[in-house]
Design a protein around this ligand. Structure first.
Ligand code: C2E
Ligand code: MG
Ligand code: MG
Ligand code: MG
Length: 287
């Protein structure tokens, strides 16, 4: 700070700081209003069974339609909501909406809901979810909660007890973005996950690098020995699908199967696919 700078660059830097601060304040107040103004929506991405090609359920993905900025990515506003203490309230809206909407789908379909680190550590999580299952009428075994390694890192003992409580209720628990954290293997050993979701970064290199194949093969093999189901994220090509099927990965999710989209609020959402699929890819729906 003692170092002298050119007046011009100094002023520019200051005004840059100020405008960033103003923007952050604006984003914070907009985010606080978003629930009241009904600007959030859930998009649903299909998850399909690899061997039968049948729809098994959908992952709920949060969308924010900002009045002037348009659609804001969850990757941008969720970390921000976490920092500003808004994630419990937003996450609660996601859970309630997902449970209510999924309760009107066909009986076989599951809904997968992402939990942020703060939500996962919230002491009221298990009673709140119990209440939401009751009020929506969604059976516990049709709700799957997706949790990343980051959310469990700080307190593994607490993570274990929360996961055990959720499992005792019959709720399914998936480790999201598997392989991108630091403790994947030890978490698999100690935490009662019912499923792991193989991160898109490994899936995308399938057919291109032998390392990605080696990792996917090791993960599916390990999970099958441990009795943990696997889902591949970010499946975009027929070749990836073929390899994942051959390697015994049970579920597929990705643009090849369908993009996240709004579902009509019909009783028979199971019949409606969020996008038109190539004819070779037509899914056999449950009903
Ligand atoms: P995620 O849970 O790993 O979700 C998968 C992301 O990959 C989604 O991005 C989805 O749109 C995208 N995706 C799916 N298939 C493909 C594909 O074939 N190719 C590519 N390139 N991408 C694909 P999205 O919707 O932008 O969400 C990003 C992340 O934000 C999610 O990653 C999740 O961590 C978080 N998120 C989304 N909704 C919620 C929510 O309701 N609560 C919380 N806590 N986090 C959420
Ligand atoms: Mg997820
Ligand atoms: Mg994921
Ligand atoms: Mg991911």
């Amino acid at each position: 700070s003692a170092k002298k700078e050119k007046p011009g660059s100094f002023r520019w830097y200051e005004s840059g700081m100020e405008s960033e601060l103003v923007q952050r304040r604006e984003l914070e107040s907009d985010l606080r209003q978003a629930l009241l103004r009904n600007e959030f929506a859930l998009h649903y991405q299909p998850v399909v069974d690899t061997t039968s090609n049948r729809l098994t359920g959908y992952e709920a993905l949060l969308r924010w339609n900002h009045p002037t900025r348009g659609s804001v990515s969850p990757a941008d506003f969720i970390p921000f909501a976490e920092q500003h203490g808004l994630m419990i309230e937003i996450g609660d809206w996601v859970l309630r909406t997902a449970c209510e909407e999924a309760s009107r789908w066909a009986d076989e379909l599951t809904v997968s809901v992402n939990l942020s680190p703060t939500q996962f550590c919230w002491p009221n999580l298990v009673p709140r979810i119990t209440g939401l299952l009751e009020s929506s009428g969604l059976p516990a075994n049709r709700l799957e909660l997706e949790i990343t390694e980051t959310a469990m890192m700080n307190d593994v003992a607490n993570a274990k007890s929360v996961l055990e409580d959720l499992r005792a209720l019959g709720i399914l628990v998936a480790m999201d973005d598997f392989g991108t954290g630091y403790s994947s293997l030890s978490f698999l050993r100690t935490l009662p996950f019912t499923r792991i979701k193989i991160d898109r970064s490994f899936v995308q290199d399938l057919g291109r690098t032998k390392e990605s194949l080696a990792i996917v093969r090791a993960v599916t093999g390990l999970c099958s020995s441990l009795g943990v189901a696997t889902t591949a994220e970010g499946v975009e090509t027929e070749e990836q699908r073929r390899i994942l099927k051959r390697e015994g990965c049970q579920q597929l999710q990705g643009y090849l199967l369908g993009r996240p989209a709004l579902l009509p609020p019909a009783k028979d959402a199971a019949r409606v696919m969020p996008m038109e699929l190539e004819s070779s890819m037509q899914l056999e729906l449950v009903h």
